[in-house]
Design a protein around this ligand. Structure first.
Ligand code: DAT
Ligand code: MG
Length: 149
């Protein structure tokens, strides 16, 4: 089953909406196979957002993501990468439709509340940056036969 990396950014934690957002993934039928709170270091932020190094928003992005604790997760499900990206909405909350996480919880591009991997390759890379193998659990949900045919 496909896995993706999801992070509730510092604004989600500060605004007290992590539970609601996690509930959306649970309700969809997705399985959380790893989860922890951490305070991202500058080094990890630069690795995670390596593709954006050198862009004019990079410093602000690193400052934001390291400003307070985040909640990191690995989420598993059929087509989990795309499913989660679709649930999140567009990168810029101004373009995110109501009903999406960014569309329901955020307004500004630099405070867009959630991260989700944009491809399978990114997911594998990001999961490896944030989690050890031992921190990711393989288990069966009792509801699985009612979510997948
Ligand atoms: P996403 O988070 O949807 O994968 P991304 O990988 O292109 O988007 O960018 C990472 C984050 O950087 C994004 O969530 C918000 C910020 N960002 C992206 N483009 C930006 C821009 N043009 N100006 C300011 N911040 C930007
Ligand atoms: Mg991205």
């Amino acid at each position: 089953m496909e896995r993706t990396f999801v992070m509730l950014k510092p604004d989600a934690v500060q605004r007290g909406v992590c539970g609601e957002i996690i509930a959306r993934f649970e309700r969809r039928g997705l399985k959380i196979v790893a989860m922890k709170m951490l305070w991202i270091t500058r080094d990890l932020a630069e690795k995670h957002y390596g593709e954006h190094r050198g862009k004019k928003f990079f410093e602000g992005l690193v400052a934001y993501i390291t400003s307070a604790p985040v909640i990191a997760m690995v989420i598993e499900g059929k087509n989990a990468v795309k499913l989660v990206r679709d649930m999140m909405g567009k990168t810029n909350p101004q373009e995110s439709l109501p009903g999406t996480i960014r569309g329901d919880y955020s307004i500004d591009l630099g405070r867009n509340i959630i991260h989700g991997s944009d491809s399978l390759a990114s997911a594998e890379r990001e999961i490896g940056l944030f989690f050890t193998k031992e921190e990711i659990y393989e288990y069966k949900l009792v509801t699985e036969n009612w979510i997948y045919e």
